[in-house]
Design a protein around this ligand. Structure first.
Ligand code: SAH
Length: 352
């Protein structure tokens, strides 16, 4: 059964001018509280009809903040001389997986900067070790742009999923956020490679980042519809003081929730995390995300001493000192709103 907004979106796709129509819808939703609530209700029901009241938990390991890229919004960009750089050893990463596994996690998300010191051999042998120690766990990589050959090698070594936010479907906006050596076409090539290699592939973008308007956001939604990702990572932009975008305001929780809810209606079976950034701009942002159609949460299971160093933006919310505390804190929040935290692999069930 199509609800009001799903049907509305259906008409927009047919309209011949989907970008301005979608941009208009986004603007209206931002203005009208009642409409927004109705959208959130419909998106929540869409998620419940696919996933029930399950919220998948993923153990996030932020294993390096060395990065050769220079994204203007990001605190771990290479030009930020103030960033405290760390790189977890293979042993420490495995110990984090072990603690995560003991706490029930059956997905490990390995995320890091584009660390030039870590080569394919490192990743492949790490993946091999994780997969042989915990064969029933899924591994998601989020380590940026690599060659097709590298992606292929990681996949063979056992990686199941890959998160690479496209950041923007608009090459001109992308160019305002990145230095010239980071090319939009490379990002797109990577995403196509990942998908064709059989990864459950995640795309995504920030909301409320500098120079972004509703027309851009409309294009992001069209890109989601076209790409058909397994996952979408989407949260507010939050300034980091030691970046060129440090003086810009953060994106709002409200607008992020609108984009999450529309994403849910566009792809009912997509895996959609309520992100840490959403929980950072608003105390109960992640709960509100789940109530607007999200179905994934990613507790941080990195070692406590490195968490603050992995600083993409300022004031990142920290949920606990270890895997057990992070999981406990977020599980309690999920239960409190009537949902059930689930630690099974939670693979994407839709058609790729
Ligand atoms: N280097 C990896 C993963 C780390 S960055 C990669 O390129 O995929 C993960 C995501 O954090 C980015 O894709 C970006 O969308 C988001 N991010 C970076 N800086 C941010 C900021 N200041 N506010 C909100 N999100 C940010």
């Amino acid at each position: 059964m199509n609800g009001y907004y799903a049907a509305y979106l259906g008409r927009i796709w047919e309209s011949g001018s989907p970008v301005p129509e979608l941009a208009g819808l986004i603007a209206r939703l931002e203005k009208e509280d009642a409409e927004r609530e109705a959208l959130f209700d419909e998106a929540r029901e869409a998620a419940v009809s696919v996933f029930g009241k399950a919220v998948y938990m993923r153990g996030l390991i932020e294993f390096t903040d060395h990065c050769k890229n220079d994204c203007l919004y990001c605190g771990i960009r290479r030009s930020n001389k103030k960033a405290r750089r760390y790189r977890l050893s293979r042993e420490t990463i495995l110990a984090s997986c072990e603690a995560g596994y003991e706490n029930g996690f059956r997905t490990f998300v390995l995320q890091g900067g584009e660390d030039a010191a870590l080569n394919d051999e490192f990743y492949c042998s790490l993946l091999g070790e994780i997969k042989s120690a915990w064969p029933d766990a899924a591994v998601t990589l989020s380590i940026g742009e690599r060659s097709r050959g590298s992606y292929e090698a990681y996949r063979r070594a056992g990686a199941d999923r890959y998160l690479l936010r496209h950041e923007s479907a608009d090459p001109d906006l992308y160019a305002l956020w990145h230095p010239p050596f980071q090319r939009h076409s490379d990002r797109m090539r990577c995403l196509d490679d990942l998908k064709s290699l059989g990864y459950q592939t995640g795309i995504g973008f920030m909301v409320g980042a500098p120079f972004q308007d509703d027309v851009h956001l409309a294009r992001e939604l069209l890109f989601i519809r076209r790409f058909r990702p397994a996952m979408v990572g989407l949260g507010p932009f939050i300034p980091h003081a030691d970046t060129p975008f440090g003086e810009y305001p953060a994106g709002s929780a409200e607008k992020s929730l609108i984009m999450l809810a529309l994403t849910r209606l566009i792809s009912p079976d997509v895996l959609l995390p309520a992100t840490t950034a959403l929980g950072t701009v608003e105390g109960e942002g992640r709960e509100r995300g789940i109530l607007a159609g999200c179905n994934v949460i990613m507790p941080n299971i990195s070692p406590a001493e490195n968490r603050a160093d992995y600083s993409l933006y300022d004031n990142k919310v920290i949920d606990g000192r270890n895997a057990e505390e992070s999981r406990g804190a977020l599980a309690a929040r999920i239960r409190k709103i009537g949902y059930e935290p689930v630690v099974s692999r939670g693979d994407y069930q839709g058609k790729p």
